[in-house]
Design a binder for this molecule. Structure first.
Ligand SMILES: NC(=O)c1ccc[n+]([C@@H]2O[C@H](COP(=O)([O-])OP(=O)(O)OC[C@H]3O[C@@H](n4cnc5c(N)ncnc54)[C@H](OP(=O)(O)O)[C@@H]3O)[C@@H](O)[C@H]2O)c1
Length: 338
């Protein structure tokens, strides 16, 4: 089979022939129809995760068809169109994953390949209203956004939600989930065009975080008091801008951090956190139950993940560079059908 392989850190992916995986006990082989990128793939290529061993097939997100069953796997799965839960070995404690937790695509070979072997327990039938490309865009981003919004900050209908960097893969599905849950959604983005696209999807308003006064502008646009407006803030940027999220949060608000794209959080004034009685949460990925709940919700509400662009698997390296460039709105997808 063909795969896009990271043969050496800091080097482009190589589209090359590799052995087709065989299903072991409890596993299946899935013919990957579409895979999707996450920022994690760019960072793995740049060597920014500990313990990376190459060669490695990247990719946490995939949708495809089950072609082979390993010993002990139900016949139900044979020929089924599926999506893959990339969150593996979470363990028994829903509050925190266990010590052997891992995300598909490091250290195990991932989805940027014609075939992948995977434990059957990580399969979910593909939501019927989604194409393979749209379905591949869902798992990691959908799971991350779901746990952040539902389990962690316990979003309620009518909550005023701010999603930062709305052009991002996780952020955009967070916007879609929050809208479907009946929240009033606002966004930030580094692109006015992306803000317009978010408004077209149903967001109430947005500001460009490249403008130094964005946090004040946001409160003005929302006709909000200076004490803050947002009951819920979902953030993957971190960095210096995080202190401004504390300014725009409503007293008693809940801020969830799931990423640190712009680096360490700096300049937070503790008094603002405690006088405003703020709640700050961290969130990563999610449990098997959360994956099942998220998929069901997406199917019920007919949510369609936003696909920014689709590249052939043979051009996976170009897709990674497209993500690194940061111009995307939604998910970048790889298709195995050339
Ligand atoms: N904890 C977890 O389980 C988990 C899961 C997935 C991802 N993550 C993390 O979440 C982050 C996003 O991942 P992704 O795969 O969604 O990446 P992505 O699709 O590449 O999105 C990154 C987004 O970051 C936004 N951004 C950049 N600078 C910003 C700033 N100064 N303020 C606000 N937003 C800014 C951009 O939004 P605009 O394009 O709108 O400007 C960009 O689209 C990464 O840090 C990743 O490691 C964590």
């Amino acid at each position: 089979m063909k795969a896009a392989v990271l043969q050496t850190l800091h080097q482009p992916l190589v589209y090359t022939e590799v052995p087709t995986p065989q299903a072991g006990a409890g596993e299946v082989v899935v013919q990957v129809k579409a895979a999707a990128l996450n920022h994690r793939d760019v960072w793995i290529q740049k060597g920014l995760y500990p313990g990376i061993k190459t060669p490695l097939i990247l990719g946490s997100d995939g949708a495809g068809v089950v072609t082979t069953l390993g010993e002990g796997v139900s016949e139900y799965w044979l020929g089924k169109e599926v999506i893959i839960n990339p969150s593996h070995n979470w363990g028994d404690n829903p509050a925190y994953y266990g010590s052997d937790y891992k995300i598909l695509g490091l250290p195990d070979d991932g989805t940027f390949a014609d075939y992948i072997k995977i434990e059957a327990r990580y399969l979910t039938p593909k939501p019927k209203h989604l194409s393979f490309e749209q379905a591949a865009a869902l798992p990691l981003a959908g799971l991350t956004a779901w746990r952040a919004l539902i389990t962690r900050v316990q979003l309620k209908e009518g909550d005023r939600v701010l999603v930062t960097g709305a052009g991002g893969g996780v952020a955009l599905i967070a916007v879609q989930l929050a809208l479907a849950l009946g929240a009033e959604v606002w966004v930030t983005s580094g692109s006015d065009e992306k803000i317009q696209k978010a408004l077209a999807m149903g967001a109430r308003g947005g500001v460009n975080y490249r403008n130094p006064t964005w946090y004040r502008d946001l409160l003005v646009k929302a006709h909000a008091p200076k004490s803050g407006y947002f009951d819920v803030i979902i953030d993957s940027a971190g960095g210096a801008g995080f202190a401004r999220l504390i300014d725009v949060a409503a007293p008693g608000g809940r801020i969830c951090s799931y990423g640190g794209t712009t680096g360490n959080i700096t300049d937070v004034v503790p008094a603002k956190v405690f006088f405003k009685q703020l709640n700050i949460y961290g969130s990563t990925m999610g449990t098997e139950q959360e994956f099942a709940d998220m998929t069901l919700f997406v199917e019920e509400k007919k949510i369609v993940p936003v696909v920014d662009s689709t590249f052939p698997l043979s051009r996976a390296e170009s897709a990674l560079r497209h993500m690194d460039f940061g111009q995307q709105f939604g998910k970048i997808v790889l298709s195995t059908e050339e």
